[in-house]
Design a protein around this ligand. Structure first.
Ligand code: KG4
Ligand code: ZN
Length: 333
């Protein structure tokens, strides 16, 4: 079955065709990153406008790269939540138009379910059940995937998401946007023992995350050094900070694995591209864990992951009519 996927939840206009949830026939991404860079973050109004301008051409290219016409597509999958509401609406309305005019089923896909499905493309043998750490710019969740479409959040962030924590700390360190990616690169050449940073825990909720105290610790450290005219080694601070975030992520993830008695671990979302996180997870293979991660080009936002999850949603009968709306926030379950 060929599924056309459409993704416009943030600053990437993307369309892709995926066969049977696993084989990418085409994947087109128009990134707006350069335009948002000058503002130091995504400007929602600009994002929506650029999606509207790009969506037709991006979708046409996805079809032509796959060598298919709309007639040869079996269903249209679209990200309907969560994300920037104006950005989501562009994709949802475009997908509704395509579904209505072609008579094909319309399949709403939750963005984080899509991120998880990027693993089905990279790891052809992977099947639920598993435990998944979903770490993106807006979310940090530990999710129990009982099946392709039965997902339960068992741990979540109480404040910043992991990607947000990287981006905000990077900004405070004077690292250019997009901060998380650059901080990761700079940290590769730093000493991660140079600065002592806290590992905040959430009282009474051991699987939940809290990153805001860590971010504040970095901001205070920079502020104090500035007042005393002391210099800070940014590579060392980036490395120390990255280690603290990754310690928190892997600590809770392993605790959840022990609690649930599972050894099949999956990571997904933009932060799954983080070099240290990938190394630390990979090391767990020696301890008897099965570790799955998306290929680097599937970690960030793309539409192939939406088409992949769309396939499993369609099999489960999760289709929508013209009443489908976009939602800025919506639980994954
Ligand atoms: O999943 P994603 O592309 O978009 C959302 O759904 O939010 O995630 C974007 C987030 C950003 O916060 C970005 O800084 C972070 O992922 N990110 C990274 C790395 N690559 C992307 N964070 C740390 N290390 C990286 N290598
Ligand atoms: Zn995302």
């Amino acid at each position: 079955m060929n599924i056309l996927g459409i993704e416009t939840s943030c600053d990437e206009t993307a369309a892709a065709v995926v066969k049977d949830g696993r084989e990418v026939l085409s994947s087109v991404i128009a990134s707006q990153i350069e335009e948002h860079k000058i503002y130091g973050g995504v400007v929602p109004e600009i994002a929506s406008r650029r999606h509207s301008e790009a969506i037709s051409a991006v979708t046409e290219k996805a079809l032509s790269d796959a060598g298919l016409t709309l007639d040869e597509i079996d269903a249209i999958a679209v990200t309907y939540a969560p994300g920037l509401i104006g950005a989501l609406l562009v994709g949802v309305n475009f997908a509704k138009g395509l579904a209505l005019s072609s008579g094909k089923p319309l399949v709403p896909v939750h963005h984080l379910r899509g991120h998880i499905a990027s693993n089905y493309i990279t790891n052809k043998e992977l099947q639920p059940s598993f435990l998944c750490l979903v770490v993106s710019g807006g979310h940090s969740h530990i999710i129990e995937a009982e099946d392709y479409t039965r997902l339960k959040v068992i741990g979540r962030t109480r404040d910043d998401a992991a990607g947000e924590a990287f981006d905000k700390a990077a900004r405070a360190m004077g690292i250019p946007y997009p901060g998380g990616v650059h901080l990761d690169e700079i940290a590769e050449n730093g000493d991660d023992t140079a600065y002592k940073l806290p590992r905040p825990r959430v009282e009474g909720a051991p699987l939940d995350f809290s990153f805001s105290g860590l971010k504040t610790a970095v901001i205070n450290l920079l502020h104090n050094a500035g007042q005393k005219n002391e210099s800070i080694d940014i590579a060392n601070l980036a490395a120390s900070y990255r280690k603290a975030v990754v310690d928190l992520l892997t600590g809770n993830f392993l605790l959840a694995a022990r609690e649930l008695g599972t050894n099949r671990l999956v990571v997904a979302g933009g932060v799954s591209a983080n070099r240290l996180l990938r190394r630390r997870l990979k090391e767990l293979e020696d301890k008897g864990f099965e570790i799955y991660m998306p290929a680097l080009d599937l970690c960030g936002d793309n539409a192939a992951m939406i088409a992949a999850q769309g396939y499993y949603e369609l099999l489960a009968g999760n289709t929508a009519g013209m009443e489908l709306n976009a939602h800025a926030q919506r639980d994954i379950s």
